[in-house]
Write a protein that binds this ligand. Structure first.
Ligand SMILES: C[S@@+](CC[C@H](N)C(=O)[O-])C[C@H]1O[C@@H](n2cnc3c(N)ncnc32)[C@H](O)[C@@H]1O
Length: 203
């Protein structure tokens, strides 16, 4: 695991902003659903583009990532924008996300080995308040053929069916597989096969 964390630190050291400075398109599309001043946790946040966007909308944002390099960049960027974003530099395997703590949990391109991902999604469900929102975009196995970003490991990829099972009692406002042109820095570039979820935990 240490090797994987180091791999991300190295990637982020080599690029100024690996996925650019603009927020993810799907997150922009769905953020209008989030309650005013929502407490939002962003998983695998990286260098901060999504957190900065959300903080600018007036949300209270916590950014979780195992990469020290990424979160240092995020803190510096937030400082220049006079935004307050809490950073949790931690391995998701070792963290307690809390119980009914968050209005929204964001997971953008946060690909994990399936066994770990299932445990994390169980935690996400417990950690959301009743009526809380999950906003997620991830690559599907079809992305292996596109080679425009994301892990080249089928086990880490997601589908609509998997998400339906892992968030079985949620209301699915959006749950779709799509082919779309992703333009996010040098890290994600071109036609891509993704799955998008905007779901709501039952009250
Ligand atoms: C593809 S990047 C996505 C970055 C960001 N969400 C974005 O869209 O710009 C995946 C992120 O997950 C983080 N990550 C990977 N494994 C992790 C783990 N076990 N615990 C916490 N963060 C992890 C990496 O450091 C990396 O920043």
């Amino acid at each position: 695991m240490v090797a994987k964390i180091e791999k991300w630190d190295q990637k982020y050291s080599e690029h100024e902003f690996l996925y650019g400075k603009s927020e993810n398109d799907f997150l922009r599309e769905v953020s209008a659903f989030f309650p005013e001043q929502a407490e939002i946790l962003s998983l695998g946040e990286g260098e901060g583009r999504n957190s900065i966007y959300l903080a600018k909308q007036g949300f209270k944002v916590t950014a979780l990532d195992s990469s020290k390099v990424a979160l240092q960049k995020l803190s510096k960027w937030a400082g220049t924008e006079s935004l307050k974003i809490e950073c949790w530099q931690t391995n998701i395997e070792q963290v307690d996300l809390g119980i009914e703590k968050w209005d929204v949990i964001v997971s953008i391109w946060f690909h994990l080995p399936s066994q770990l991902r299932k445990k994390v999604h169980e935690q996400v469900i417990s950690a959301l308040k009743p009526g809380g929102w999950i906003a997620l975009e991830a690559y599907t196995p079809d992305q292996l053929a596109y080679k425009t970003g994301g892990p080249q490991d089928q086990d880490m990829l997601l589908t609509k069916d998997i998400l339906m099972k892992e968030f079985f009692d949620f209301e699915f406002i959006i749950l779709r597989e799509t082919i779309r042109n992703v333009q996010e820095g040098t890290g994600h570039k071109g036609e891509s096969a993704t799955v998008q979820l905007l779901g709501r935990k039952p009250f």
